[in-house]
Design a protein around this ligand. Structure first.
Ligand SMILES: [Mn+2]
Length: 337
């Protein structure tokens, strides 16, 4: 009688070491409420879900920064001083976890906070001689500047600031300008871009895989392109704005846009990132519990993060995944953090 089929054992590499860092502020957003994001993700069981399949997890609690003064824009920015304070706090907390060889997961909070987290990642990569790749998963390009922004909300500006376009107190946080070179960053899922922003994104040469690319090429092809050429010396950072997801499945986003990736497309995106074994830091931002329905968007985010850290919903053997990695031009053991 044949032995029952068993999946081969997973990699013997040590489990991922993950640190949750709450950044409860909506200082850079137009709609208030994403300051409650970290708590909603905890209530949805983020730590327990990762712990369940062997991740070594530490919850660092919540950072503290200035309150939201709800002022109007001044010279193209809303709350620039307060945003700058938050970025420093986030930068320092993320850098400390990277230096402790852990994977920081920044729980926003609005997307302006990625200026702080990715500046820390950039600084760390320079200090350790690693290459950087950033995947920006979002409905929006987040490439506004003070002169072209319709609102002054800084959560619409993090990519431009990281690429060196913005006020020096935000562009220089990593110790080098730009913190991220345009060829190190890929935007995926984009479907809502302001006219001035569109022009600037093209001028700067950001690689954008908008929803039309995902429709035409398919998520698998898009992900193979953005993950091509990763090697053992690459630090992969994922910045996940929950408005990346179709608004029908993720109502709890500050600026929801319809026509985004479906549940399965989003899962495939996460699984292909997990297959590379290179994920080294993550932002989970723009979850707005005030707009959510029974915490479903937080629960969906937890689902996706599980996949990002290797929980596969597919019945696939490691050999199949090895084939995918070869197709991607990468070749190494998964989960080798
Ligand atoms: Mn965003």
């Amino acid at each position: 009688m044949n032995a029952p089929y068993q999946l081969p054992p997973r990699s013997s590499a040590p489990p991922a070491r993950v640190s949750l860092i709450g950044a409860p502020t909506d200082i850079g957003a137009g709609v208030r409420g994403c300051s409650m994001g970290p708590e909603a993700l905890r209530v949805a069981g983020l730590a327990e879900a990762l712990e369940h399949f062997g991740v070594d997890i530490r919850d660092c609690g919540n950072l503290v920064g200035p309150a939201n003064p709800q002022r109007a824009a001044e010279q193209g920015f809303r709350h620039l001083d307060e945003v700058r304070s938050w970025e420093h706090v986030v930068h320092d907390a993320v850098l400390a976890e990277l230096q402790a060889e852990r994977i920081p997961v920044m729980l926003g909070g609005d997307h302006s906070l990625a200026i702080g987290s990715i500046s820390a990642v950039s600084r760390h990569c320079r200090a350790t001689g690693r290459k950087l790749r950033v995947l920006w998963l979002d409905a929006h390009a987040d490439f506004n500047t003070a002169s072209i922004t319709p609102s002054g909300n800084i959560h619409g500006m993090p990519v431009s600031c990281l690429c060196g376009y913005g006020p020096p107190e935000l562009t220089g946080l990593s110790g080098d300008i730009p913190a991220v070179h345009p060829d190190e960053l890929f935007e995926i899922g984009i479907r809502s871009v302001d006219p001035g922003e569109k022009r600037l994104v093209h001028e700067v040469g950001i690689d954008v895989f908008d929803m039309r690319s995902i429709d035409e090429l398919g998520m698998r092809d898009v992900m193979q392109r953005v993950l091509a050429g990763l090697d053992d010396n690459t630090h992969l950072h994922v910045s996940l704005d929950v408005d990346f997801l179709d608004s029908a499945i993720a109502p709890g986003a500050g600026t929801p846009v319809r026509g985004g990736p479906t549940y399965r497309e989003a899962q495939l995106c996460m699984e292909m990132i997990a297959d590379t074994g290179r994920l080294a830091s993550l932002d989970l931002v723009e979850l707005n519990p005030a707009l959510d329905v029974r915490n479903q968007t937080a629960e969906l985010a937890v689902d996706l993060v599980e996949s990002l850290f290797g929980k596969s919903t597919l019945m696939r053997s490691p050999q199949d995944r090895m084939f995918d990695r070869q197709a991607m031009g990468t070749n190494h053991v998964p989960h080798a953090h």
